[in-house]
Design a protein around this ligand. Structure first.
Ligand code: PAF
Length: 305
């Protein structure tokens, strides 16, 4: 019986699966439209040195009767709630759920559905992965993983067991008491880089051009004001410096939102700038630069659909 379940077979999910299999865990992937009993599936991993290896997972549907102990949900933010609603009959009050995606707002949705007592973790990783096809993933870049909990403290034995596993995958991995603050840092970077690259149709590195500086400054100062009002200590100048660090460090990449727009997919804008604007509204704060970018991405989404 699988001790780890992963929803979908996106690039990050397959990368976690390969690492878990390397540690001899049984991994089951929950696949939409999977018919019939679970089946074994050999999957390829190409590591960052270009070396290829195989690992074996089980593919099953949402409605298999097997209970779920640990559930990784590495989906786009807007797919999280529908997926958890569908898998809910297989969850127990002890099931540990791990969310892993860009943006914020899904924790509130999941806790509303399952209650705040459900063990709930959030992992954010900068490891890069690219899915060549449904059964072949490439680890494109080493990074780091940060994890923390939103639900109640986990039982000591469970924490020890989880630590033993998590400490060996997508390393270096660090546990954070205040994962919310970590996610706000990532949200802030995504609020700047993702919609700008998507609307300007450029690679991340082109945002370093001096012409974009006034927009980046306005975005950062709005984000810092809203974050501070939410009790998250942010300094606009530090945020701006971090943004430029990521812009330079990922200069050759197209952001995930740029890729979504190009592929005609829904973007995560509602969980990135949309989340920020929701907070601003609750606090009666204005955020015109973020609002303009949010509307521009929404317009792009509606023309490409
Ligand atoms: O969403 C993305 O593409 C990434 O989180 C980031 C940091 C913007 C780099 O491309």
């Amino acid at each position: 019986m699988a001790d780890w379940h992963i929803i979908g077979r996106g690039s990050i999910g397959l990368l976690w699966a390969s690492e878990l299999c390397r540690l001899n865990h049984d991994v089951s992937l929950i696949i939409k439209n999977h018919q019939g009993p679970p089946i074994g599936q050999l999957t390829d991993l190409t590591n960052t040195h270009g070396v290829q290896s195989q690992f074996k997972v089980t593919l099953g549907g949402y409605d298999s009767p097997a209970p779920i102990h640990t559930l990784l949900v590495p989906l786009k933010a807007y797919d999280i709630l529908p997926a958890i609603e569908q898998i809910k009959p297989r969850l127990t009050p002890q099931t540990v759920i791990i969310l892993c995606h860009n943006g914020m707002g899904t924790v509130e949705q999941v806790q509303q559905l399952l209650g705040v007592e459900q063990p709930l973790l959030f992992a954010t990783t900068t490891h890069g992965a690219y899915r060549l096809n449904a059964t072949h993933v490439r680890h494109t870049g080493l990074g780091e993983t940060k994890i923390g909990r939103f639900g109640p403290p986990l039982k000591r034995k469970l924490t020890q067991t989880l630590n033993k596993v998590l400490d060996q995958i997508l390393t270096p991995l660090s546990w954070h008491e205040d994962i919310n603050a970590v996610l706000w840092q990532k949200l802030a970077i995504n609020c700047v880089i993702n919609p700008l690259t998507a609307t300007l149709n450029v690679k991340n590195g082109q945002l370093a051009d001096v012409q974009h500086e006034p927009t980046i400054n306005s975005l950062c100062s709005e984000i810092a004001t809203i974050a501070n009002a939410c009790g998250i200590p942010f300094v606009a100048d530090e945020l701006r410096n971090n943004c430029y660090k990521v812009i330079k460090g990922t200069a050759n990449n197209y952001s995930s939102m740029h890729q979504d727009v190009k592929a005609g997919r829904t973007t995560e804008i509602d969980y990135i700038n949309g989340y920020l604007l929701g907070k601003a509204r609750q606090l009666c704060l204005e955020a015109p630069a973020n609002e303009a970018l949010y509307q521009a991405v929404k317009a792009l989404e509606s023309t490409s659909s």
